[in-house]
Design a binder for this molecule. Structure first.
Ligand SMILES: [Zn+2]
Length: 278
């Protein structure tokens, strides 16, 4: 009995810490769920290490403005669940520069005001890499994942760090199943990024986890220009994925309101990212 009480006492503080994180509470509120149901139905941060990582690295989207739809999962397991979620979004399509961009309507509206303001100041805001700068399908995220995954797998197999049997077995898995395997390899320094020197997740989102699936992300060519960043920030678009400087997320709030939603600013390489304060 004493041991049980002791165990309980040692567990309670961490549970309370998780429950009382302002970010988690705001994310649950935004999804109209209790913190407990949010964890079991949307993002199982305590049991699923990939969900936990997605929540920490790309989670800002879960506290976005009330005017848009938040993702129903932090990891979509395939095209069916993704399409079901996307079919509930109110979308707007528009040609920007030379690309057809689709976003959730309110996010597009805010982007348009930013585009207008940029053009009045003789500046440009251009989508990076065509249409995938905006809304993406599950298949788009798999394609991007594959572009890193297979190259790195071949590379490490050639170097003898991954056996032929293990590599062949990995090729037979779905992209969703490949993610935990890659993260295991990366724990041993077998990196899957483009240069084989960092985590694959620093160069591409795991399939089914990209903020682009939610129509609330937009990749910008001119991200280096502080005037462009200021215009985007003014209209609710912020950098939220630390080290992905081209990527802007529609949060739809004024910058000074973001801390009250459980976000904190971090500076990396001269850029300011609004990330979950967890
Ligand atoms: Zn992006």
């Amino acid at each position: 009995m004493k041991l049980f009480v002791l165990l309980l006492i040692s567990v309670i503080p961490t549970m309370i810490a998780a429950q009382s994180s302002l970010f988690l509470r705001t994310a649950a509120e935004r999804s109209r769920l209790s913190a407990h149901r949010f964890e079991s139905e949307v993002c199982n941060v305590n049991k699923d290490p990939i969900a936990a990582r997605v929540f920490r690295d790309y989670g800002s989207i879960f506290v976005t403005s009330e005017s848009v739809l938040v993702p129903s999962k932090c990891v979509f397991d395939g095209p069916v669940t993704t399409t079901e979620f996307q079919s509930r979004m109110k979308l707007s399509g528009q040609r920007i520069a030379n690309a057809d961009i689709t976003l959730q309507s309110e996010a597009m509206k805010a982007l348009n005001v930013a585009l207008q303001e940029a053009s009045e100041r003789q500046l440009r805001i251009t989508p990076l890499d065509g249409s995938i700068a905006g809304l993406r399908s599950y298949e788009d995220t798999v394609k991007l994942w594959n572009s890193r995954f297979y190259r790195a797998l071949d590379h490490w197999q050639r170097r003898g760090r991954i056996s032929k049997e293990d590599a062949d077995a990995a090729r037979d898995l779905t992209a969703y199943e490949q993610v935990p395997l890659v993260l295991k390899w990366e724990e041993r320094g077998i990196w899957f990024s483009t240069g084989f020197s960092r985590s694959i997740l620093t160069s591409v989102a795991a399939p089914g986890t990209s903020q682009h699936l939610s129509g609330l992300a937009f990749d910008v060519v001119e991200y280096r220009d502080s005037r462009i960043r200021a215009i985007l920030n003014k209209h609710g678009w912020f950098q939220t994925v630390a080290s992905d400087e081209r990527h802007f997320t529609y949060l739809g709030n004024d910058e000074n309101e973001l801390p009250a939603r459980g976000l904190k600013p971090v500076i990396r390489g001269g850029y300011k990212y609004w990330i979950p304060a967890i």
